[in-house]
Design a protein around this ligand. Structure first.
Ligand SMILES: C[S@@+](CC[C@H](N)C(=O)[O-])C[C@H]1O[C@@H](n2cnc3c(N)ncnc32)[C@H](O)[C@@H]1O
Length: 209
């Protein structure tokens, strides 16, 4: 995997690429770390109301959401994970314990009370993949769910009894498909935040076993 600092995104045309370019621009194109945006804010808001106990933010990026969680009274401890080493460094600089791992792979069984994730969700044609850290932050593969579904498969293992997931869901990834997949994984789903923007509707769903 290459580093965004070493890779210039190719110039492309087409509606899908325009959408991705606009989103990448709003989220700091060229920065190897995803910077807080509307989706980050919505997840942090949901966390302020629904997070408690031991909280883990998967794909913590800059660590901004995790940092907000540390101020929540009901939250005892916050950790983050990210595949991107630049993100882990930036999150640690904010005081967030961040582990460079895939999703929840380094976590023990049944330890997390609140698992949060603002996943990469933008549907992306394989031919238009940039193969850099910005792509890893944005691209959800062809259907937008390439990272979300493995996350939902893995989440039950690490959740404590009565643990919950707060998952940011974009309409671009197919709200009904994501929630349907979560239900198939054994979760009950409740929408706790929703905002509409010109490109997409963002929701935060609270998933409980
Ligand atoms: C949309 S960004 C969200 C960043 C941050 N949580 C926020 O809300 O501002 C998605 C993040 O997930 C990370 N990521 C992507 N795939 C991952 C995986 N398999 N395991 C861990 N982190 C991953 C990316 O590097 C990126 O930092």
């Amino acid at each position: 995997m290459s580093d965004a600092n070493d890779t210039d995104p190719p110039q492309e045309s087409g509606a899908e690429t325009d959408t991705r370019d606009a989103l990448a621009d709003r989220r700091g194109l060229g920065d190897p770390v995803y910077q807080p945006a509307e989706d980050s804010g919505l997840l942090a808001e949901a966390g302020a109301t629904h997070a408690r106990g031991v909280a883990c933010e998967v794909g913590t990026g800059s660590g901004w959401v995790a940092e907000q969680l540390r101020a929540v009274d009901a939250v005892d401890h916050v950790v983050g994970t990210d595949l991107n080493p630049h993100a882990c460094r930036e999150a640690r600089a904010r005081g967030v314990e961040a582990a460079r791992v895939d999703l929840v792979s380094a976590l023990a069984d049944n330890v997390v009370d609140t698992l949060l994730f603002n996943p990469p969700y933008l549907p992306t044609d394989p031919e238009n993949e940039w193969d850099d850290w910005q792509e890893r932050a944005l691209s959800g593969g062809e259907n937008g769910r390439a990272v979300i579904e493995p996350f939902l498969d893995a989440a039950p293992r690490v959740l404590a009894p009565d643990g919950v997931v707060l998952l940011l869901v974009s309409s671009l990834a197919g709200f009904a498909d994501v929630v349907g997949y979560a239900v198939d994984c054994g979760f009950d789903a409740e929408t706790v935040r929703e905002e509409s923007y010109p490109y997409e509707t963002l929701s935060v769903v609270r998933l409980s076993a």
